[in-house]
Design a protein around this ligand. Structure first.
Ligand code: FES
Ligand code: FES
Length: 154
C-alpha cells in the first residue's frame, strides 16, 4: 500500500513496502542523500530528520509511520534561501570536520532548540546523543549556545 507524506513541503505518494525505513525512501526513492546511514540501529544519529518538527532517526522509522505527516530533511531546513539559525551557527563556529555526521547533528540540534530554546550544558548532554567520530562535540556545544542566543557568538 502506498504511503502519502509530505517531504520538505512537497506531497509525495510513496509506492514502497510500508516497513521500508524512511532513510532508504529518502535516499533511494527521493534522491535526498543529505541524510546519512551510519549504524542502522538508532545508535549514531547520522540519519536524523524531523517528523512533524520532532527529531527522529529515520533508519528505524518505517515509512508507514509518516503517513499524513510532515518530514523535513537537511535539504529542507533552510527557508526561503535563509539558513536556519543552527546552520548559521555551524558556519560561524566551523563545526564540521569530515562532515559525515553533521546533517544528522544539525537536524537533532534544530529539534532540540525547537523544544528547548535555551538549553543548558546538562540539557545538551542529556538530549543530544548523536555520535561524531571526528570529535566535534566542543564546537557543537558552542554553536548550540550561539544558535540559542540568535546568532551572537559571545
Ligand atoms: S543510521 Fe540511524 S541512528 Fe545510526
Ligand atoms: S564531523 Fe566527522 S563524523 Fe562528525
Amino acid at each position: 500500500m502506498a504511503t502519502t507524506t509530505t517531504v520538505n513541503g512537497i506531497a509525495r505518494t510513496l509506492n514502497v513496502e510500508p516497513e521500508m525505513p524512511l532513510l532508504w525512501v529518502l535516499r533511494e526513492q527521493l534522491g535526498l542523500t543529505g541524510t546519512k546511514f551510519g549504524c542502522g540501529i538508532s545508535a549514531c544519529g547520522a540519519c536524523t530528520v524531523h517528523l512533524d518538527g520532532r527529531a527522529v532517526r529515520s533508519c528505524v522509522l518505517p515509512v508507514s509511520a509518516t503517513e499524513g505527516k510532515q518530514v523535513t530533511t537537511i535539504e529542507g531546513l533552510a527557508q526561503e534561501g535563509m539558513r536556519h539559525a543552527v546552520q548559521q551557527a555551524w558556519v560561524a563556529h566551523q563545526v564540521p570536520q569530515c562532515g559525515y555526521c553533521q546533517s544528522g547533528m544539525i537536524m537533532a540540534v534544530a529539534g532540540l532548540l525547537a523544544a528547548n530554546p535555551a538549553p543548558t550544558d546538562d540539557d545538551i548532554d542529556r538530549s543530544l546523543t548523536n555520535i561524531c567520530r571526528c570529535g566535534t562535540f566542543v564546537r557543537v556545544r558552542a554553536a548550540i549556545h550561539t544558535a540559542a542566543r540568535g546568532g551572537a557568538t559571545s
